[in-house]
Design a protein around this ligand. Structure first.
Ligand code: DQA
Length: 148
């Protein structure tokens, strides 16, 4: 069974009530249900932490077990070099990691325009609500032809 880690950073545990005009009314349990319905034959392991060190530990786990990652680093996106280094460990090990955002950070405050994660991610999907995660899942489940 394909195992996929879906990691969510700080304050995303508050989805549902947090700034619904930006993030919508659905919560992480709804997200888990949507992803499990999209990929019934995959093991979707969705986690959330407000703690940088816990997120880093989960990325180390992804390296050691070679598990593809969908990562919403939340506010850590914009300044956590420690999380970036952990994300780089994943992708340099040849394990895909897709950075996702519910909102489009580029259309918001200027501090959100910088991602320290994107340069080490396999790809980035932002601005499509929970569909950002769903698109990332489609990509991770897709057989990847070798590039010429
Ligand atoms: C976010 C965007 C970040 O700027 C913000 O700090 C979040 C959520 C998003 O999913 O749109 O917490 O990553």
């Amino acid at each position: 069974m394909t195992h996929i880690l879906v990691l969510n950073g700080p304050n995303l545990g508050r989805l549902g009530s947090r700034e619904p005009e930006v993030y919508g009314h659905a919560d992480l349990a709804d997200l888990r249900a949507v992803l499990c319905a999209d990929a019934p034959s995959a093991e979707i392991d969705l986690r959330q932490s407000d703690d940088e060190s816990e997120l880093i530990g989960w990325l180390h786990e992804a390296v050691d077990q070679r598990v593809p990652v969908i990562l919403n680093p939340a506010a850590f996106t914009h300044y956590s070099y420690a999380l970036r280094d952990a994300a780089a460990l994943v992708t340099t090990a040849g394990v895909p990691l897709i950075e996702v955002h519910i909102s489009n950070p580029h259309s918001r405050e200027s501090f959100r325009h910088t991602s320290v994660i994107s340069a080490v991610a396999t790809g980035v999907i932002a601005g499509f609500g929970f569909d950002s995660y769903r698109l990332a899942l489609v990509q991770l489940l897709r057989p990847m032809p070798a590039l010429e």
